[in-house]
Ligand binder design. Structure first.
Ligand SMILES: NC(=O)c1ccc[n+]([C@@H]2O[C@H](COP(=O)([O-])OP(=O)(O)OC[C@H]3O[C@@H](n4cnc5c(N)ncnc54)[C@H](O)[C@@H]3O)[C@@H](O)[C@H]2O)c1
Length: 343
């Protein structure tokens, strides 16, 4: 049961498990896999994922299982006879600031257990979705996969442990694995709420509701934002290519933007010239600069992000407007806190 090609045709009938399938990136991965003809089993304990994210995914090629990836018996059963595991389930960076032990338990320890279950159940391949947070702040830019690994947070450190376990299974056992390192993703179904909230949905909702945008620190920190459909397509391409076995691969847009410039771009997309911006203190563990070198992904699987930041934000804006929920209700779920010891 080896995956041998990155072409769409090779996905037809492939039995794929997606952990974290009800999450922001996971649901898009499931949707693209189902469209390409794969049989998809999504697993999520719904601690941050939402069933609404999967509402349009119906039919015999898709199933959802509410389960915790730390439940070994359940996972063993769900991994049996699969061709591919895409492991996206995780607890996020802000969670790691107030709950470092649990964060490590899910992001690192459970990954090691899943690897062992996948190998034991002869799953054809295991793909770990890591994060650019494993790098810490850029010492040189753009950041290739060779950039030093110096995570700032327990989240980044736990993701690094998870990816190194994944790589060790390839090196020690020749068990087929791949690690992908997405940079910040954004788009429809992104998190605006509580400690999962990300800057683009938070800014857009505030702008749409006429509230000031809240910038942590001086706003000169930069990020490489990738539209979620591009991130998901990159994950699938890396997961199904014969050229990526044992490899670790960045997925980003290759463009950086400061948070201050992002605030101005949000104002332009929303059409609001008089947005006010408030600056608060720095966030703990906030990375100063991230910019992906995506030449490896381009060379190995032909990856190139298709949707730019303004177009991606317009799509997110249209998605918000299509929802049956007042934007003020969504904004009320957003929390303007700086995460120190917060929950
Ligand atoms: N969103 C980004 O910008 C970004 C950037 C880089 C890397 N990543 C990585 O991509 C992956 C997906 O991120 P996302 O943004 O979709 O996050 P997300 O929080 O939306 O998705 C993660 C999912 O995992 C589920 N989960 C958490 N603990 C679980 C457990 N114990 N058992 C089962 N399910 C559990 C959550 O309910 C959630 O649905 C993660 O591995 C993350 O590290 C994300």
């Amino acid at each position: 049961m080896r995956i041998t090609s990155a072409t769409g045709a090779s996905l037809r009938g492939l039995n794929v498990v997606v952990t974290g399938g009800a999450g922001f990136i996971g649901n898009e991965v499931c949707r693209q896999l189902v469209s390409a003809g794969a049989n998809v089993t999504a697993i999520d304990n719904l601690v941050n994922g939402k069933m609404d994210n999967l509402a349009d995914l119906r039919g015999s090629a898709f199933s959802f299982h509410q389960a915790d990836i730390r439940d070994v018996d359940r996972m063993s059963e769900l991994l049996r006879s699969r061709d591919l595991v895409l492991h996206l389930a995780c607890l996020g960076v802000r969670h790691s600031i107030h709950a470092p032990i649990e964060n490590h338990d899910v992001n690192a320890t459970a990954t090691l257990r899943l690897l062992e279950l996948a190998r034991g159940n002869e799953v054809g391949r295991f793909v770990y979705v890591s994060s650019s947070e494993v790098y810490g702040t850029a010492q040189t830019a753009p950041m290739s996969e060779q950039h030093p690994l110096w995570p700032m947070t327990v989240y980044g450190a736990a993701k690094l442990a998870g990816e190194r376990y994944t790589d060790a299974y390839w090196r020690t056992y020749r068990y087929p694995t791949t690690v992908v390192r997405p940079f910040n993703a954004f788009g429809p179904r992104s998190h605006h709420e509580c400690d999962s909230g990300e800057v683009i949905p938070k800014f857009l909702l505030r702008a749409l509701c006429g509230s000031p945008l809240l910038v942590h620190g001086d706003g000169r920190q930069t990020r490489d934002f990738t539209f979620v459909a591009d991130t998901a397509a990159g994950i699938i391409a890396c997961a199904t290519s014969p050229h990526t076995l044992g490899e670790t691969i960045n997925l980003g847009s290759g463009r950086e933007i400061s948070i201050n410039d992002l605030a101005n771009a949000v104002a332009a997309v929303v059409g609001s010239g008089d947005l006010s911006i408030e600056h608060g203190p720095d966030r703990p563990g906030d990375v100063r600069r991230l910019l992906a070198d995506v030449s490896k992904a381009r060379t190995l699987v032909g990856f190139q992000a298709q949707v730019g930041i303004e177009e991606g934000m317009r799509r997110l804006l249209n998605w918000y407007r299509s929802l049956d929920v007042p934007l003020t209700t969504l904004l009320a779920q957003e929390r303007p806190v700086n995460w120190v010891g917060s929950r």
